[in-house]
Design a binder for this molecule. Structure first.
Ligand code: GDP
Ligand code: MG
Length: 360
């Protein structure tokens, strides 16, 4: 939609040029010529008014792309050790060691290797979070760590997690956890996963399997190596310069600092002072903090950052977009709020109709 003219938008939406011009005037913008390219913000607003869905996609064409760290989600059956594994991984970080092991709870953390490479982990395990984010269009995760307890083996939620990753086309790295236990039987887990159609490396496939223990920290380095290798194969790159696009992974209200959103930058660089729209909320970035709570002036791709300065509380999965001015930010936020309300009413009325239909 970026750079589309009114003429093109009319063609795409089937709405008359005159009507589109009216809408643009109504949202407080000037109409120059129907052949002038619209800004992406206006295009989004107009599209919402005429009931067409837009998905923002900044073009990376011609931009300089640089390697970026992988963003990893941990999934698996309940009690197989997802939380324990994340905690153990967090403690392996150089930064965490420097900070005396104290890291903020941000909804994401970065493990920095002595080699300088790093991996970003999302802190909310579970396929519910993963699916909710994807349903909202946020493809944040690059790799899924599928945790399977070596004593318990493949369970229903193991298969669910596997299916979610496969549907989303996100590669899996298997972590067979609890290998410290006497009752551990990693070989059985391998066979079970193979039977379920996962193409494990040991059997000629490309899914890596690592044996770990979150309790004794056995194999954590191997897991990190496997993730780095997977990331290398995927050749993950992002645009560093230019307007940033990011996704919220967690948001909370702080009594003193107001709404705080943890976001993972997808592309570009997020900078203090910028006007942003996050989901249907807006604000001006007052401060950006890293996972150790240190103030920083900008956020780069795959970096989890805590953003302060929003007027309201966004939701996990919301997109963060940078706009030119406060006016634009308010306008877009209002437009999105109206759209949400419209969708909500529509859904409510559909439900009412369904109830009426079945009330004979
Ligand atoms: P989650 O539900 O997947 O997040 O699992 P948790 O991390 O909460 O772990 C469930 C239970 O397994 C807890 O009692 C943990 O202490 C235990 N646990 C997790 N990892 C290991 C491990 O590597 N070895 C052993 N022996 N116990 C573990
Ligand atoms: Mg847990």
């Amino acid at each position: 939609f970026e750079g589309m003219t009114i003429v093109e938008l009319a063609k795409r939406t089937g709405v008359s040029i005159r009507h589109l011009q009216e809408i643009i005037v109504n949202v407080g913008e000037k109409v120059d010529s129907e052949f002038d390219p619209l800004s992406i913000d206006i295009a989004e607003l107009v599209s919402m008014e005429v009931g067409v869905n837009v998905r923002r996609q900044h073009s990376d064409e011609g931009a300089v792309l640089q390697p970026r760290p992988a963003v990893v989600t941990v999934m698996g059956h309940v009690d197989h050790g997802k939380t324990s594994l994340l905690d153990a991984l967090r403690q392996t970080s150089v930064a965490a060691k420097e900070a005396g092991g104290i890291t903020q709870h941000l909804g994401a953390f970065v493990v920095e290797m002595p080699s300088g490479a790093s991996i970003t982990f999302l802190d909310t395990p579970g396929h519910a979070a993963f699916s909710a984010m994807r349903a909202r269009g946020a493809a944040v995760t690059d790799i899924v760590v599928l945790v399977v307890a070596a004593d318990d083996g493949v369970m229903p939620q193991t298969l669910e997690a596997m299916a979610h990753a496969q549907v989303a086309n996100v590669p899996i790295v298997v972590a067979i956890n609890k290998c410290d236990k006497l009752s551990a039987d990693p070989e059985r887990v391998r066979i079970q996963l193979g039977t379920e159609g996962l193409l494990l490396e040991d059997l000629g496939g490309d899914v890596q399997v690592v044996q770990v223990s979150a309790k004794t920290k056995l194999g954590l380095d191997k897991l990190e190596e496997a993730l780095l290798l997977q990331a290398e194969i995927m050749d993950l790159k992002a645009r560093i310069d230019g307007p940033s696009q990011a996704y919220v992974v967690e948001a909370r209200l702080d009594r003193g600092r107001g709404p705080l959103a943890t976001a993972i930058v997808k592309s570009g660089t997020l900078v203090c002072g910028q006007y942003i729209v996050v989901g249907s909320e807006w604000g001006r970035i007052r401060s950006i903090r890293d996972m150790l709570g240190r103030a920083t002036s900008s956020g780069k791709p795959a970096m989890p950052v805590e953003i302060e300065g929003l007027k309201g509380l966004p939701m996990a999965g919301d997109d963060v977009v940078v706009v030119d001015s406060e006016e634009r930010a308010r306008m877009l936020s209002n437009g999105r709020k109206k759209k949400l309300e419209k969708d909500r009413l529509l859904k409510a009325s559909e439900e009412r109709i369904e109830i009426e239909d079945t009330s004979e």
